[in-house]
Design a protein around this ligand. Sequence first.
Ligand code: FCB
Length: 447
Amino acid sequence: MAIVQFPKDFIWGAATASYQVEGAYNEDGRGMSIWDTFSRTPGKVWNGDNGDVACDSYHRYEEDIAIMKDLGITEYRFSMAWPRIIPDGSGEINRKGLDFYHRFVDKLIENGITPICTLYHWDLPQALQDQGGWANRATIDAFVRYSEIVFKEFQGKIKSWITLNEPWCVSFLSNYLGIHAPGFTDLQLAVDVSHHLLVAHGRTVRKFRSLGLEGTIGYAPNVTWIEPYSPLEQDVQASRRATGWFTDWFFEPVFKGSYPEYLVKWFEDKGAVLHVEPGDLEDISQPIDFLGINYYTGNVGRYKEGEGLFDCEDIDMGYERTDIDWPIYSDGFYQVLTYLKNTYGEIPIFITENGACYNDEPADGRVRDEKRIAYLSKHLTQLNRAITAGVPVKGYFVWSLMDNFEWAEGYSKRFGIVHVDYRTLKRTKKDSFYWYQKVASNGWFTV
Ligand code: FCB
C-alpha cells in the first residue's frame, strides 16, 4: 500500500455546466441556444434527448448545494447560460436570468463554497448562430459585452472566471466533425471558429483587466496525449499533429502569440487557411492567471497515410475503456501536463475536468461504481506525479458532481459521482462520492 499525498492547500472541487444540468429551458425569459435547436434536430442526439429538464438544477439548486457541502468541496465550477442573461445574444439584458445566478451564487457562498464561473460552456444563443455564430466576428463583440455585463454584475461575489470551455470541441468537434452543435463538417469553418474563439477569449481577458476587478481569469482547453507507437520519425510526427491539434493549436497563440507553423501548413494542405487580422494575436496572448485543463483520455498513434485529418491511426493497445468507449490512459495525463509546463511555462494549473463514464445503477439504495473510483485513483496518482515533477497544479474538479445531459450522447452516458434518476430526478450518492469525500477531507488516499 502507498499513500498519495497532495499539498496542504490543494483545492478539491466538482464541475457541471448550465445546459447539462439546469433544465428550465423556457423559464424566466431564457432565449434558445444552439443546443436546444441541435437536440431537436432528428438524428443528432441519442434517443432524441434534450436539456429541457436535465437535472432540473434550476429549481433544485439548494438540494445540489447541500450535496456539495456534504461532499466537502470548497469550490464549485459551473457555467452561466448566455441565453438566460441576454436571450438573443446581443440585445436586451434579462434581469431574471441574472437574478437566478445571484440566488445560486449567494447560496454557494453561504455554504462556504467558492464559485468558479465558466462564461461559455457551449450554449450559444441561437439568434447569434442565425447570423453565423462563431464564424462571424460580430459574435466576438457580443461575447465580450456579455462577459462585461456579468463581470460587473457579480463583482466581489465571483472571483474566478473561465472564459471558454474546450475551444477544440466548440470549433473542430462542432464544425468539422459535426458531432456537436451546430453540427457542420467544414474544416475551413472550424479553423475560422477556433481563431475567433481565441480572439474572444483574449479580448475578454483584456476587458476584465480594464475593469480593474478583483479576481483571476483563465480558460479551459481539453487536452489529450497521443504517444507515438514507435520512435520512427513518421510516427512521432503523426502523433505530434494529433496531440497538437488539442494542445499547441490552442496554447501557442495564448502563451506565445503565434500559431504552430506545422499545423498551419497542414491545414493549408487540406485547403483551410488561417485568417488572422492585425491585432488578433496581441489580443489572444493577454497574460492569464491560471490554466484550466480538462483531461479524459489518450492513446497510442501510428502514421498511416490517409487516416483521419492527420495521417495518424489510433492503435488498440488493449487499454481498458470506460462506458463511453474512451481508452483509459492515465500516463497520458502526466505526459501532457509535463509537456505543457516544458513548452508553455509555469502557469498555475487547475484540472477543471477529469472523470469517467460508467453507467452503474442504484441497487438497494447504493451505486457501487468501483470502476469510477479506480479511474479517479489512477488519474489522481498521475496528477500527483506531475506535481512532484514540478507542474504547478493547484486544484482538481471532478467531472461531474452528478449525472447529466451528455451532449450528443443524451442521457445514455453517466459521469456523475451522484446518480440522477431522470424519471424522478432523485439524486443518489454513489460509492465514488464517498471515496472523493474522503480524498477531499484528508488530502490523500491510498493505492
Ligand atoms: C467534456 C465537456 C463536459 C462533459 C465531459 C464528459 O468534453 O466539457 O461538458 O460533457 O466532456
